[in-house]
Design a protein around this ligand. Structure first.
Ligand SMILES: [Zn+2]
Length: 670
């Protein structure tokens, strides 16, 4: 089917420019597109291939060799000088987030190598993407291991596969485009830096432009071919302009003045290393070529810096990449500017990154809010910064989190098979060897000791000569069974009711949850949060890899009111059920943070235990963090843990030790 035309996407000028500059000069190193869902960023990326020039390839070569300069190491080569060639459109290859390593880099058939002595290699997506576009939607959700392989290939222009000493290498040069939704979690900074450019994609706010988006989409859906026809001239124009810019590119001059501007801008934004300077220079040259200029000007440097620098600034671990436009203009204006110039309010200056406000110094609590239908005796007011406010029955403003500490590892019982991580026991691809097995289908990695042991008893029967080589048969091959750790979904159900706040406990509780969140981040878990207070429960944070989002939500959770414990448990149960469908291999751990009191809803105590029983019956693994304190203890949380069939841990038993300095930053986010 005809795809949506590149030129028909409304707005998104930055993304358009970022993609086009990379098409002109692939050495820029690709584009990372950041933006919420529903911004048509994927539509635009998928439309790119259609405006890229066709490629000429050696006929029959699975590695898309260029007939003019075939890869000397091509696994399908060497290609004769007179080999046939054909012209085909540039490809856009999509790498699915759940892809295996074999799918990405290709599969070497070890079985045939060992038993038949032939090198059998099935090319993967990197081979398919050579001389085209490799697109990774939700690149931030891609397994770290795959991201490393991908970025290595992108940096070297080569795909290298090795299995048990057998190796294959082929050319893999492609325009790498990744998209991500920052709400789903940030990309690790060292990976962020490997993308040449970043752009923010946002849906247009202007009603007229939004209307235009819808109008075009409807027209396309009604008749894709006809729609493509109306945009044909625009598409062809763009394609021609890319070809023209590619031709102009090698001759574009970067004058010393522009080079100084590049250096001055990169220095002003305090970027790490020299990669930023290089990428900015390349992008500026490509921009000049795109504009049909033979020489780089300040306009080109500015356009390049806006795309190349935001993600390379030094900043706090969880700050979003961004660039201040006026700061950029100042840096471009040159070195004659007084460096002590007041950068103005809301601007943290070139040294960059520190938050302006200190956490915990929020506006003073409003005293006069009141929630109807509350029992003052049960729900005393929350305290803010150690100031008691007796008698008030209000749902107070957010309590600042208390100290953060290193927590004990809470584990999901049993052995899972989820994504690699650092929490619960699991069968994994690495980790320590716990045994050997015959592979279910094809051998991925041969485990030599067990393979030899399996072959040994049959050597005489197979006619092995004295001193001769070991005779292997496919049935001898063994793989190691590994056990490592998986990551999990850690769902927090946090009691934010008045009974918790009354004991000035909420700060300590928030500190504890923050500590657990930090722990989840280090163990690569997905996290989610349900809070309950007043008349019901709410999903404060849908499951995400973005621990910083969780920390921010936690800090702003209001406290006070009754304790609808049953509602909280049921809401958590619903969320876990949905997640089990969306991400079935990821096992979940429910961490219920409460003092065990239930005062909200009908028959609160009995219903809470009933809800707990339902969760236990559904196989939910849980840990109850008991927040009860004081001289008289009711042990309500313990009874609840029993109904849940889960473990019980007192708040003060949660800490495993003091917090390392490097992670204090997380607390500052909150
Ligand atoms: Zn080839």
């Amino acid at each position: 089917m005809t795809g949506f035309p590149f030129s028909a996407v409304v707005g998104m000028d930055e993304l358009r420019l970022g993609l086009v500059l990379n098409a002109v000069s692939p050495g820029i190193g690709g584009v990372l597109v950041r933006g919420e869902k529903g911004t048509a960023k994927s539509t635009m990326v998928r439309a790119l291939a259609a405006i890229l020039p066709d490629v000429q390839v050696v006929a029959g070569c699975r590695f898309s060799c260029d007939p003019a300069a075939p890869d000397p190491g091509c696994p399908d080569g060497p290609h004769e000088a007179g080999a046939g060639s054909l012209t085909r459109p540039a490809r856009l290859v999509e790498l699915p987030v759940g892809a295996s390593e074999d799918r990405l880099v290709g599969a070497l058939d070890i079985e045939r190598a060992l038993t038949e002595g032939v090198k059998a290699y099935e090319p993967g997506l990197l081979a398919a993407a050579h001389r085209g576009v490799l697109y990774v939607d939700e690149v931030n959700l891609l397994h770290d291991h795959l991201v490393d392989l991908l970025l290595d290939a992108a940096a070297l222009g080569t795909c290298y596969v090795e299995r048990d000493g057998v190796s294959v290498r082929h050319a893999a040069r492609f325009l790498l485009v990744g998209t991500m939704n920052p709400e789903e979690g940030e990309l690790r900074p060292q990976l962020l830096d490997r993308f040449g450019l970043t752009v923010e994609a946002a849906a247009p706010r202007d009603p007229a432009r939004r209307g235009e988006v819808v109008r075009r989409r409807l027209a396309y859906d009604a008749d894709p071919d006809r729609f493509a026809q109306t945009w044909h001239a625009a598409e062809a124009g763009l394609a021609e302009r890319i070809v023209a810019a590619q031709a102009l590119l090698p001759g574009v001059v970067l004058p010393d003045a522009s080079l100084r501007q590049v250096a001055s801008v990169c220095a002003a934004f305090d970027v790490d290393g020299l990669r930023a300077d290089l990428v900015t220079a390349r992008a500026a040259i490509a921009h000049a070529a795109w504009e049909g200029r033979g020489e780089v000007t300040a306009v080109d440097v500015r356009a390049a810096a806006r795309l190349a620098l935001p993600h390379r600034r030094r900043r706090q671990p969880f700050d979003a990449p961004q660039l201040d436009e006026s700061e950029l203009d100042r840096a471009l204006a040159g070195a004659d500017e007084d460096p002590d110039d007041d950068p103005g309010p809301g601007d943290d200056g070139p040294g960059g990154g520190e938050p302006e406000t200190t956490p915990g110094q929020d506006a003073p609590p409003a005293r006069e809010s009141a929630e109807p239908g509350r029992t003052p005796a049960q729900d005393a007011a929350p305290r803010e910064h150690g100031q008691p406010r007796p008698g008030s029955a209000s749902a107070g403003p957010p309590v600042a989190p208390g100290p953060v500490f290193r927590v004990k590892r809470l584990e999901v019982p049993g052995v899972g098979a989820g994504a690699a991580g650092r929490r619960s026991r699991a069968r994994t691809d690495s980790g320590h060897v716990t045994g050997a097995q015959r592979p279910p289908d094809r051998v991925a990695r041969v485990y030599v000791p067990a393979t030899f042991a399996a072959a040994a008893p049959y050597q005489v029967a197979r006619g092995r000569a004295a001193g001769g080589a070991l005779l292997l048969r496919p049935g001898d091959l063994r793989e190691a069974r590994h056990e490592g750790r998986e990551s999990n979904l850690v769902l927090f159900a946090v009691d934010a009711s008045g009974s918790m706040a009354a004991r000035a406990r909420m700060g300590a509780v928030k500190g504890a949850v923050l500590s657990l969140l930090l722990d989840a981040y280090q163990r690569r878990d997905k996290v989610g949060m349900v809070t309950f207070r007043g008349s019901g429960a709410e999903v404060a944070l849908p499951p995400t890899f973005s621990v910083e989002a969780a920390a921010a939500r936690l800090a702003s959770v209001p406290t006070g009111g009754r304790t609808p414990l049953a509602a909280g448990l049921l809401r958590a149960g619903e969320l876990l059920r949905t997640e089990r469908i969306r991400d079935p291999r990821r096992r979940a751990l429910l961490v219920l943070v409460t003092d065990g009191r239930a005062t909200g809803g009908p028959d609160p105590v009995a219903n809470a235990h009933r809800a707990a029983g339902l969760l236990a019956a559904a196989g939910v693994h849980s840990v109850v963090v008991d927040c009860e304190s004081g001289p008289v203890r009711l042990g309500l949380a313990a009874a609840l843990a029993q109904s849940l069939g889960g473990a019980l841990l007192r708040l003060d038993e949660l800490a495993a030790g003091p917090l390392a300095d490097s992670v204090r930053a997380l607390k500052e986010v909150a």
